[in-house]
Design a protein around this ligand. Structure first.
Ligand SMILES: *Cc1c(COP(=O)(O)O)cnc(C)c1O
Length: 401
């Protein structure tokens, strides 16, 4: 025991240290891997070794894109590397206003607001919208940042079974006359499936509930031009009241945003605590994000190629006999069963130069441990075929298929 006190805090820290040490000793430690260098396309150097990248959120392969890099470099040359503080106190640059206008155009809304991360965006926006006495109703598989925002808000926090519209309706009825906010991921980050937006939106209208959707994994992925889930379902661009997204996945930068109508955005500018008490997105990142939204619209071939690659991968993995749950997107769960099997599959894949990561309980249910593989538009068809062969061999060796 090397901690200062021997109380509950110390015990908690030591228990985690112990768990991590145990994983390391058994060669099962996959957090904090030394990814030293991105080599462009779909290749990475992991601990000095070149590997095929199948754990990337850069769905359209935009990291390192020339136009985006140039925009960031120009911003640094003009503004340096930081802002003077929070947006309301001298932290606002013309870059922020441009970025927010670009996002509003991209998402077909009147206005948009940006924050320094996606995580913070969910915390601050949910807790600005609902308070004690209100209800917030969240899909059971929603991202941790939404869950944390719901807890922080003080509202009555209830969950509905994953993508289960009958259960959502029960929750909406239970909420009675309280103000109601329904929240879901558009594409679920562990399963790759898509929320039933037509039904969710119908129920929200029926019960006068506001609808917020987290588009972290659908921008650049869903819809013919990559604008997201409304385009995917061919629904009007005012179907979702609060369109949240991150600039750290398809958009190769950092930051979060919400697009909505003018009144709501103006409300967030004056009532969301992260806007008031946390620094603005740095100049280089704001400029990179701004350019990236434009590149998505200018280079639709990337979206088409991503679609093709995802279809090839999902169909191929399924044909090998693996369960991939309900995925329709670039996030492909390859179900392994027990945690140990997912770890062993990962080790086999790494040995053969295929970089993928496992997800185990409690992040997913017992017995549903998996490789959480992603493909991007940077992969080529031959690479994907080779990757599938590696997964297939590992699955046979370990008795998964
Ligand atoms: C990654 C992610 C976030 C958080 O975004 P960051 O910009 O990384 O903080 C929020 N929601 C979902 C669904 C995500 O996958």
């Amino acid at each position: 025991m090397s901690l200062k006190y021997n109380d509950a805090i110390a015990k908690r820290a030591m228990a985690m240290n112990e768990r991590v040490r145990n994983y390391q000793e058994n060669d099962l430690y996959y957090l904090n891997l030394p990814i030293t260098e991105f080599l462009g396309g779909s290749k990475v150097l992991v601990g000095g070794r070149e590997m095929g990248m199948y754990a990337s959120y850069s769905y359209l392969g935009l990291i390192g894109h020339e136009r985006i890099n140039e925009a960031a470099i120009k911003a640094v040359e003009k503004y340096g590397t930081g802002t003077h503080g929070v947006r309301l106190l001298a932290g606002t640059l013309d870059l922020h206003e441009e970025l927010e206008e670009t996002i509003a155009n991209f998402k077909h809304t009147e206005a948009a607001i940006s924050y320094s991360s996606g995580y913070v965006t969910n915390l601050t926006v949910v807790s600005a919208l609902v308070r004690k006495g209100d209800w917030v109703i969240s899909d059971k598989l929603n991202h941790a940042s939404i869950v944390d925002g719901c807890h922080m808000s003080g509202a009555k926090f209830t969950r509905f079974n994953h993508n289960d519209m009958d259960h959502l309706e029960v929750r909406l009825q239970q909420a009675g006359n309280a103000a109601k906010l329904v929240i879901a991921d558009s594409v679920f980050s562990m399963d790759g499936d898509v929320i039933d937006l037509p039904k969710v939106s119908e129920l929200c209208k029926k019960y006068n509930a506001w609808l917020m959707i987290d588009e972290a994994h659908s921008v650049g992925v869903l819809g013919e031009t990559g604008t997201g889930i409304e385009e995917h379902f061919g629904m009007p661009y005012d179907t979702i009241d609060i369109k949240m997204g991150t600039m750290s996945k398809t958009i190769p930068s950092v930051g979060g945003y919400v697009a909505a109508n003018k009144e709501l955005i103006n409300y967030f500018r004056h009532a969301s605590r992260a806007y008031i008490f946390s620094a603005a997105v740095p100049p280089a990142q704001a400029a990179a994000s701004n350019e990236a939204f434009k590149v998505i619209l200018d280079e639709p071939w990337r979206i088409e190629k991503l679609r093709k690659n995802a279809d090839q991968f999902i169909n191929g993995i399924k044909a090998l006999g693996f369960d991939t749950l309900q995925t329709e997107t670039a996030v492909v769960p390859v179900i392994c069963g027990a945690d140990e099997v997912a770890y062993a599959m990962t080790r086999e894949a790494h040995k053969r130069g295929f970089f993928v990561l496992p997800v185990v309980s409690p992040a997913v249910g017992e017995g549903l441990a998996r490789l959480r593989a992603t493909v991007t538009s940077a992969h080529e068809s031959d690479d994907i075929a080779k990757a599938m062969a590696v997964i297939g061999d590992a699955g046979k060796k370990l008795g998964v298929i």
